[in-house]
Design a protein around this ligand. Structure first.
Ligand code: HSE
Length: 421
């Protein structure tokens, strides 16, 4: 039997204990041993909880217990989780986590520490909740150069956008529903401002390109400014608005990594992901496209990935550990976002500008491929003038923004700028 401990008895931590019990027989078949939760560390009390006898507030009960071989970190955040992870790894215990914030910020250091101690630091659940993506990208696609990754990586924002788009529900109400369902982060600004998806695409890119991608280099924009008018224009263009996190290799070798609300065609494989579902489209030079789809947040789906990592650790006890290694001295070069080519849907309020706003707009973008005007959807009485730029070839965002600034200088007001793919 292998003893494990859970740090943090919140949504995911309780799910881990539940899955270990619910699927004990299947886990034993695959790991070759029983996996038993010996300790659960949390500062809170849980009177009447079925695991009350295993709960402790004393970290020494976990870190100083040589019987505990695997530690599950489901605390979240980077403060205590970082200290406890280092303490567990230094004590020679494998660590498994769902904590994308910690992996994105301190991954290289923690992986090196695990490597030095001959143990594993695994984080399948940190991206895509229950969807297998880290190990498939690292192992099953190892024969490919990865050309691009684009994904819907945040369940909370996808839930909100789906409710806004399909039901006309307001942003606040949809967010509250997502929180009640246990999808949202403790501080939902991490979801709605795109920071959670930013951490996740940084992790996937680091795996795909074997170089550490610093999440601070990922251009990140959330969904808080989106309106029903944006939704209506997207629908008029046969598209859906999703918070897309993407990374691709540019021709000059640098990476283009972004998180932003994006219009994707309704026919895109990614468009099937609604509600809390996540989808990740990976393009390899040998494979072509593959899509990974499933529940990207929630108690049991996330616990499913965490416990699979525990099984992986157990299968490697006494053998070469399973590990990832991103060296801090080998960071990826991410292109400044202004230099990366894009296509944009722009809406302008031309009311105070010249009496020929269309002519002025067309002239401003003529050197960069011109502007394609989009008819206002029939159900909208206002919404400004909408047009797509960056066609037929995508154009560096700085170039398009400068042309837009020229129009603003004539009195036009920018209402929204959204990426189009
Ligand atoms: N808040 C995250 C989400 C949880 O909504 O996707 C899973 O990482």
């Amino acid at each position: 039997m292998i003893e494990i401990a859970i740090l943090g008895y919140g949504t995911v931590g309780t799910g881990v204990a539940e899955v270990c019990d619910m699927n004990a027989a299947a886990i034993r078949r695959r790991a070759g041993l029983d996996i038993h939760v010996k300790r659960i560390l949390d500062v809170r009390d849980f009177p009447g909880d079925r695991y009350e006898d295993r709960l402790t507030k004393d970290p020494a009960d976990v870190f100083d217990d040589p019987e505990i071989r695997v530690v599950v970190e489901t605390i979240g955040g980077v403060r205590i989780a970082y200290e406890f992870t280092k303490r567990a790894l230094a004590a020679g215990k494998h660590v498994v986590t769902s904590n994308k914030e910690l992996v994105a910020a301190y991954g290289p250091e923690l992986m090196e520490l695990a490597h030095e101690n001959g143990i594993s630091y695994l984080f399948e659940a940190s991206v895509g909740g229950g969807i297998p993506i880290i190990r498939p990208l690292h192992k099953c696609l190892a024969a490919n150069e990865i050309l691009s990754i684009s994904g819907i990586l945040n369940g909370t924002t996808n839930y909100i956008l789906t409710r806004m788009q399909q039901e006309g529900v307001g942003f606040d109400e949809a967010l509250r529903e997502a929180q009640e369902a246990g999808y949202a982060e403790k501080d939902p600004s991490a979801d709605v401002e795109g920071h959670d998806a930013c951490r996740k695409i940084a992790i996937l890119s680091s795996i795909a390109y074997d170089q550490f991608v610093d999440y601070r280099d990922v251009r990140t924009e959330g969904i808080v400014a989106l309106t029903q008018t944006d939704m209506a224009y997207a629908a008029a263009l046969g598209s859906r608005i999703k918070l897309v996190a993407s990374c691709r290799r540019l021709e000059d070798g640098r990476l283009d990594a972004q998180v932003r609300p994006t219009l994707i065609p309704a026919s895109s494989p990614l468009a099937v992901a609604d509600g809390v579902f996540n989808a990740i489209l990976v393009e390899g030079n040998a494979l072509g496209q593959a899509m990974f789809y499933g529940r990207g947040a929630g108690k049991l789906p996330t616990a499913s990935a965490v416990v699979a990592d525990v099984v992986e650790c157990v299968m490697h006890i006494g053998k070469t550990p399973h590990y990832h290694l991103w060296h801090r001295d080998n960071p990826a070069e991410v292109a400044p976002f202004g230099e990366t080519p894009v296509r944009l849907l722009i809406r302008l309020d031309p009311s105070t500008a010249s009496d020929d706003p269309r002519g002025a707009i067309q002239a401003a973008f003529a050197p960069h491929g011109g502007a394609r005007f989009v008819y206002r959807p029939a159900d909208l009485s206002e919404g400004g003038l909408a047009f797509v730029v960056g066609e037929p070839e995508e154009v560096a965002e700085d170039v398009l923004r400068r042309a837009l600034a020229g129009l603003e200088a004539t009195g036009m007001k920018t209402l929204s700028v959204l990426r189009v793919v």
